[in-house]
Design a protein. Structure first.
Length: 608
């Protein structure tokens, strides 16, 4: 690909049509296919916008979820193919998208060097030939899709289970597999054996004789061990992981899957040191599985390693690429401030641009029960508090993608729903709790918010396609890194920032991605310690040994990570500016912070 960065999935709607905005400039991005209703509405919107025929696929129709996703992805491909053909016909003049394509490239790419050489040539046959060569180099960025493996609700029709093939994750996979895209599915949020087995059913995931794929598999992972386990499971089925997309456990947007204290630097180091061994081990298993399926290939398939989460400067981008041998990096949250790339309504966009560090926080808002990066100034948060003040906590549950709780009902319901929260609060009030403990437990219940509606509202508002009585409360889940970006940016400004042609953070006092992540993990550990302490106060006799072991392991892993960075800083290449004197001071302050909780951690049983 012409670029060394990609735009990861951003919520449900924020990157739902990002490929239509950036793919023609060679930039790869990821579309969420969790919400088929969103896909269907965006298909209608873009069909109308581009005079394309549109026939509604109603949700009551057979196989509607998969068919909606397939139809939308096919439309994206068709429109982007048209964009590429249009660009290739343009001239190399100021203001054309053909010129913009090459202006956005990193100066170190071969294509950019040829482009710069072409500009120096006088008008004539030689320049014309080089222009035509450059036109042939114009390639669309990849239109990748994201499936959250654990968001895999069982679906019913007239109270009849529709079977495994129609669970949410499997139907979404089928929608992608049946599409005309030649791209990748990014599987995130854990291991789903049922989903992994289902991938076997689709021939596009198997290689041709030259070891190329029509459709690839990307695993989003947070540590080496889980990556190896999942990749082996797939390899045994004759399925190759074309990319490991390593994401910081906490220094990211959306759901935050905290590791057991493993920090990004040591994780990347482990991947770097074991990269060749990893390929060989997987290849041995994979080749055997292909042989059993009578599939022959001439060479080992390629395997990329990329990283994302909290990257904010060109120095950090360059450092990750050079120090760890990465193939690319992911830049997510900063693109929420780029109207040319993502979908954020005007009110939310202005609030994001003016926000500071205190406006971004790790919450318990997600019905999935996983920590969720939240934004205090979102209109969804305002609506949540308003409903509580009116003694009507919870949200109407219409889409039901996150229905997982069967505490009070036979069929799962969502913990953000009004139904669940009313039932749970009633149950809590029946317990013999002190007023303080009761209020605390009720706050935990009512903190949950509807993400199915909230993560889609922004694009419906922006594109003026809200339905009557539809919620206008916007949920958004940027990573904490967004706090350091303070205005709206053009696509060129952000890309130039990534490649070091400009610096959007000039004069901003910002910890580098490693220091920031360490601080987030320390805060997370402190919160876990406090929760553990509170539990002991309530139930002194029930010391949770498993939890205590987890916290000690977490602490020890953090200390191992700190030792890694201390060694790493001493041997740093002076040409890579990521560890300046100021950053080292910030790092040392964080280290003092964690050492301050050491005695408390080693004596957790004393907390009662």
């Amino acid at each position: 690909m012409p670029h060394t960065f990609h735009i990861p999935v951003l919520g449900l709607a924020y990157s739902i049509d990002t490929p239509l905005k950036v793919a023609r400039f060679g930039i790869s991005s990821v579309v969420s296919i969790v919400d088929d209703e969103l896909c269907e509405r965006m298909r209608k919107y873009h069909s109308d916008l581009n005079n394309e025929p549109y026939v509604d696929i109603h949700k009551s129709e057979t196989n509607s979820r998969a068919r909606r996703i397939t139809a939308y992805l096919n439309l994206l491909k068709k429109l982007i193919d048209n964009q590429i053909e249009f660009i290739k016909k343009q001239s190399f003049e100021a203001g054309t998208e053909l010129t913009k394509y090459f202006e956005l490239l990193d100066e170190n790419t071969i294509q950019k060097k040829f482009y710069n050489n072409m500009l120096k040539l006088p008008i004539g046959k030689k320049r014309e030939n080089l222009e035509n060569q450059l036109r042939n180099e114009v390639k669309a960025g990849s239109i990748d899709v994201n499936i959250m493996a654990k968001v895999d609700k069982v679906n019913f029709a007239n109270h009849i289970n529709l079977g495994n093939e129609n669970t949410d994750a499997l139907a979404a996979l089928r929608g992608f597999a049946n599409s005309e895209l030649q791209s990748a599915v990014v599987i995130s949020a854990g291991l789903n054996p049922r989903l992994y087995s289902y991938i076997e059913d689709f021939t596009d995931f198997y290689p041709n004789a030259d070891s190329n794929f029509s459709k690839k598999i990307i695993l989003k992972v947070s540590d080496y061990r889980s990556a190896l386990i999942q990749a082996k499971m797939l390899a045994k089925k004759g399925l190759w992981v074309s990319e490991f997309r390593i994401e910081s456990g906490l220094n990211c947007g959306g759901h935050a899957f905290a590791t057991e204290g493993f920090l990004l630097g040591p994780i990347l180091q482990e991947f770097k040191e074991n990269r060749s061994l990893l390929v060989e081990e997987l290849w041995s298993i994979y080749a055997s599985a292909l042989q059993q399926k009578n599939i022959n290939i001439n060479a080992k398939p390629k395997q990329k390693i990329t990283a994302q989460g909290g990257i904010g400067t060109s120095d950090e981008h360059d450092y990750l690429m050079q120090a760890y041998g990465l193939d690319a990096t992911g830049w997510g949250s900063p693109f929420l401030l780029v109207e040319e790339a993502t979908n954020v309504d005007e009110e939310t966009l202005n609030n994001l641009a003016e926000a500071t560090e205190i406006d971004f926080y790790l919450s318990n808002s997600s019905p999935l029960g996983v920590p969720f990066n939240n934004f205090k100034k979102s209109t969804a948060e305002k609506e949540r508090l308003y409903r509580i003040s009116k003694n009507r906590p919870g949200s109407p549950c219409t889409k039901k993608y996150l229905c997982t709780n069967t505490e009070f009902t036979e069929q799962p319901i969502c913990t953000a729903s009004r139904q669940y929260q009313n039932l749970k609060i009633k149950a809590l009030k029946a317990l013999s709790l002190t007023d303080g403990e009761l209020n605390k437990q009720i706050d935990l219940v009512t903190e949950k918010v509807c993400l199915c509606e909230g993560l889609c509202a922004s694009i419906y508002i922006k594109d003026k396609i809200l339905k009557p009585k539809e919620s206008v409360a916007v949920s958004i889940c940027p990573g904490p890194n967004l706090a350091y970006f303070s205005k709206k940016y053009s696509l060129k400004e952000m890309v130039d920032h990534i490649y070091g042609k400009t610096n959007l953070l000039e004069g901003v006092n910002r910890p580098n991605l490693f220091v920031k992540e360490l601080g987030l993990y320390i805060d997370y550990l402190k919160k876990e310690l406090q929760n553990f302490s509170d539990e002991l106060k309530i139930n002194v006799e029930n010391l949770n040994q498993k939890k205590q072991n987890y916290l000690n392991k977490f602490y020890n892993q953090l200390m191992t990570g700190i030792d890694y960075y201390l060694t790493n800083i001493k041997g740093i290449d002076v040409n890579l500016k990521i560890w300046s004197d100021e950053q080292i001071i910030l790092f040392e302050k964080a280290v003092l912070n964690i050492k301050g909780i050491n005695p408390q951690l080693l004596n957790l049983s004393q907390l009662k």
